[in-house]
Ligand binder design. Structure first.
Ligand code: ADP
Ligand code: MG
Length: 388
């Protein structure tokens, strides 16, 4: 899939913008603060209904304006689609496909992109919640049904925590324990489904991440990842938190449910004392290892950066493999400045096969020559004519 045209109205620092894009590499250059990230953020929003920078959509509407519009013409073989979204300061946002109104939440079905940005360094260096979000976003991109399962799990978790807290303050009564068991059942059922799905996607990501890291850094570097499950905290032999990586451990939701139930039983007293749910997918982590050491706390800045990039490239590979709509559009925001010369060249090779790649850079010369064929200059929210 490619984006052939992008139009913005009152989005971030653009009053209007009109950009033509080509298959293959498209490079956006401009000094800091000119609007390069804003431009790719708009496209990222069309595929995820979110921004990698802010959780509120208000910041994306140009200051002093009431609404922002993102419009993209998409091409997939001979098929063309016009996708449009209007973000409103007041009232609901609106989405259209080929000028017919659709529900906002259906928008991501039409456009798929994978965006890598400096913020993604937190995948390696940050808290587990960021890594869980990475996996969950990938799950939803591959199977939209999971957004419902996740929402249900979060709701059950909140209600169970509320019950645990009230039991703690009031002293446990028999009836509350019965209610707790009902919430246990729901937590285990939904949670085990998520555990199975995450375990499966981690197993599929593993060879792709290893391969992507090697492509960026060279064959003498070995990156792996394993799923660390809180329900196995007392069973390190089943857990994935070891440099060897893979394990027989949990594969199915049924196996997960057994361990989940045992953990809840074992932790009952503890959970009642503390008033929180201590195990489940909300406490899991994705452990990253580089050359036999945990990446978090050991990897250098450049290595962490490359690892985060490998995670994103690997997820793009998984998506392209199974998508009927062609490759996701790969978006690399400000990545080349952070890599040394040899990794820049290697990255250029690694992304060469994608139908379309959008790249931003402050310094033209940071980007390898083979990715400069279509360069667009951006200055203060204005698209300057493409370089010849
Ligand atoms: N809602 C908004 N309204 C007007 N300007 C904005 C808005 N949000 C961000 N900006 C401006 O956009 C600029 C940042 O653009 P950005 O795309 O991040 O720059 P870069 O080219 O370095 O990637 C800043 O000058 C910021 O003030
Ligand atoms: Mg930027």
């Amino acid at each position: 899939m490619i984006v052939s045209q992008l139009n913005l109205t009152d989005f971030r620092n653009y009053s209007t913008a009109d950009v033509s894009l080509r298959p293959g590499a498209n490079l956006f250059v401009g000094s800091n603060g000119q609007g390069k990230t804003n431009l790719v953020e708009a496209l990222g929003y069309l595929s995820t209904l979110g921004s990698h920078r802010v959780s509120s959509e208000q910041a994306m509407i140009r200051q002093g304006q009431d609404a922002a519009i993102i419009r993209a013409r998409l091409e997939n073989g001979d098929r063309q689609l016009l996708v449009e979204v209007q973000l409103n300061r007041v009232g609901a946002n609106r989405a259209q496909v080929n000028r017919s109104v659709i529900k906002m939440r259906e928008l991501p079905r039409y456009f798929s992109s994978v965006l890598f940005a400096p913020e993604d360094l937190a995948l390696v260096r940050g808290e587990p919640s960021g890594r869980r979000r990475f996996l969950d976003e990938l799950l939803v991109l591959r199977n939209p049904r999971f957004s419902g399962v996740m929402a249900d799990y979060d709701r059950v978790l909140k209600q169970r925590n509320t019950l645990l807290k009230s039991a703690r303050s009031a002293g446990v009564k028999g009836s509350q324990l019965n209610t707790l068991e009902i919430w246990d059942d729901r937590l285990v059922t939904l949670g085990s489904e998520l555990i199975e799905a995450r375990t499966t996607v981690v197993a599929e990501l593993l060879p792709e991440v290893t391969a992507a890291y090697e492509r960026i850094a060279g064959e003498d570097h070995h990156a792996i990842l394993t799923n660390q499950l809180s329900i196995l905290a007392d069973h390190p032999e089943l857990d994935g938190d070891s440099p060897e990586g893979d394990r027989g451990g949990i594969v199915t939701a049924i196996e997960a449910a057994t361990h989940f139930r045992n953990s809840l039983e074992r932790l009952r007293r503890n959970e009642l004392d503390r008033g929180v749910s201590l195990v489940g997918p909300h406490r899991d982590d994705l452990i990253l290892h580089l050359n036999g050491m945990p990446a978090r706390g050991y990897a250098s800045h450049g290595e962490s950066w490359s690892f985060a990039l490998a995670l994103k490239l690997a997820s793009a590979e998984l998506l392209r493999r199974e998508s009927a709509a062609g490759d996701p559009v790969l978006i690399l925001d400000d990545v080349f400045a952070e890599l040394d010369q040899s990794r820049r060249g290697r990255l250029a090779g690694a992304i060469a096969g994608f139908e379309q790649v959008l790249i931003t850079a402050a310094v033209f010369d940071d980007v390898p020559p083979e990715l400069r064929s279509h360069t667009v200059q951006i200055s203060a929210g204005t698209i300057v004519e493409p370089k010849p």
